[in-house]
Design a protein around this ligand. Structure first.
Ligand code: IFM
Length: 460
């Protein structure tokens, strides 16, 4: 057995639009993802999250599954447009009632709720007013966070402001593969700044109201390595590490934007949007940093004009830089399986930022083309192997001194995987979308063994 420290937290993660459905019920307003998914050509097969995994109506069953899996915590997001349909004004009683019901179930099951306030579903009316490229959206977010926090602070101790602001900014406003689907480089950098500003303002307000609770955010981070020892590939690493990681970790953890990347981005850099006190606001102290890890980027440079992968990958300002594939096994997302990358991302973070706050893996997992076999089960051996290998790297990182305190697997359920719709399955619980029947996969049973023993069993 490979044990984890006492008190290490095991859980699963989800996000509102990916599982809830019920998009028109109990006063919920439209978000940018409703609009985007309903726009022809934006998602595989034109799928939407209108029903998704129907968690809105099946949350009691889903919490019972988590209890049965022995999980200590559940990270979910609140839908802004369910809580505050117009993005401003009083909270919607129907939305509040839903999350109260969910929290009742979680508390009764002894599962700690971790809430994410923003997992990409901006109220459409705020996008109509300009969206994240507008500074006012950061203020709207802070107001929304304060209102939700005032209502739920007695029931939720762990608060994450943003999930993966990199995706919101660059997939949403740079290459447009996510809502709201805009392809405006300069606006995407303003969006980045205002997302981070919203995080800082929201955190300060929540902490002022309840300094005894815990606050942080989740970033999607990648180890970035060169394809070769060439000077061009070293520069590609600098650039991709800059736009994927440092644009977010430097302001949050060191109160500065990376000067080399600001310089690379030239006229698109939002210098006029960054006001005097903004960096201090963004670097508000946090109690935990959530890290979402999926794969490593191995990159090459010096082939300007030969590669479109920089744009496809959302790497703003990096034309000519490519992503190399190494022939590793890939998930059905096409992402290389690289467990050692988890160790690298954690230890590099610790080395770059002395005084790193406690870290949680707030997402890690894999999509595979699972099938329910004749025995009624889902034998997802590849996902079991994936989780086993990544858990071992997490333990290695703890041994190397990383203050890692918990691990949330993405995801509890198969769900609406954004532009891929339901064609990608990340759950440790299978969802049959025609019946909404849930089937715990072998990976779910493996997670139960790990969570209940707080240890990884030896391989047979
Ligand atoms: O499904 C997403 C999630 O919403 C954010 N992080 C990555 C996951 C897998 O793509």
């Amino acid at each position: 057995m490979t044990s984890f420290p006492t008190g290490f937290l095991w859980g699963t993660s989800t996000a509102a639009y990916q599982i809830e459905g019920a998009v028109s019920e109990d006063g919920r307003g439209p978000s940018i993802w409703d609009t985007f998914a309903h726009t022809p050509g934006k998602t595989v097969g034109g799928e939407t999250g209108d029903v998704a995994a129907d968690h809105y109506h099946r949350h009691a069953e889903d919490v019972a599954i988590m209890r049965d899996l022995g999980l200590g915590a559940y990270r979910f997001s609140m839908s802004w447009s369910r809580m505050q349909p117009a993005g401003t004004g009083p909270l919607n009683p129907g939305g509040v009632a839903f999350y109260d019901r969910l929290l009742d179930e979680l508390h009764a099951a002894g599962i700690r709720p971790w809430v994410t306030l923003y997992h990409w579903d901006l109220p459409q009316l705020l996008e109509d007013a300009g969206g994240w490229p507008e500074r006012d959206t950061a203020h709207r977010f802070a107001d929304y966070a304060a209102a939700v926090h005032a209502r739920f602070a007695d029931r939720i101790a762990d608060w994450l402001t943003l999930n993966e602001p990199w995706c919101s900014a660059f997939l949403g406003y740079f290459n447009g593969v996510h809502a709201p689907g805009r392809t405006e480089p300069a606006a995407s950098l303003r969006a980045m700044h205002h997302l981070l500003l919203g995080h800082g303002m929201a955190t300060a307000q929540m902490r002022a109201a309840r300094p005894d609770l815990r606050y942080g955010l989740s970033l999607n981070l990648y180890p970035v390595d060169p394809r070769s020892a060439s000077r061009q590939d070293a520069d590609a690493v600098r650039r991709i590490d800059g736009v994927s990681n440092r644009l977010f970790t430097d302001p949050v953890l060191a109160s500065t934007y990376p000067a080399d990347i600001a310089s690379d981005l030239g006229a698109d850099w939002p210098a006029d949007a960054i006001r005097a006190d903004d960096m201090a606001t963004i670097a508000v102290p946090i109690d935990m940093l959530g890290i979402n890890y999926y794969t490593r980027h191995v990159v090459f440079g010096g082939e300007a004009g030969t590669s479109t992968t920089a744009f496809d990958n959302g790497w703003i300002g990096c034309a000519g830089v490519g992503k190399a594939m190494r022939g590793y096994p890939v998930t059905s997302m096409g992402w290389e399986v690289d467990p050692a990358g988890l160790y690298d991302v954690l230890t590099r973070l610790k080395d770059r930022y002395p005084g790193l706050p406690p870290v949680y893996i707030t997402e890690n997992g894999a999509s595979f083309d699972d099938v329910v076999t004749d025995d009624g089960q889902v034998h997802d051996a590849a996902r079991v192997d994936y989780l086993d290998a990544h858990f071992r790297q997490a333990r290695r990182a703890i041994d190397a001194g990383v203050p890692l305190r918990g691990y949330f697997v993405w995801s509890l359920l198969d769900n609406f995987e954004w532009s891929f719709g339901t064609t990608r399955r990340f759950g440790v619980v299978h969802v049959d979308y025609s019946t909404q029947r849930r089937t715990v996969k072998d990976s779910g049973r493996f997670l139960r063994r790990v969570a209940t023993a707080n240890a990884i069993p030896d391989r047979q």
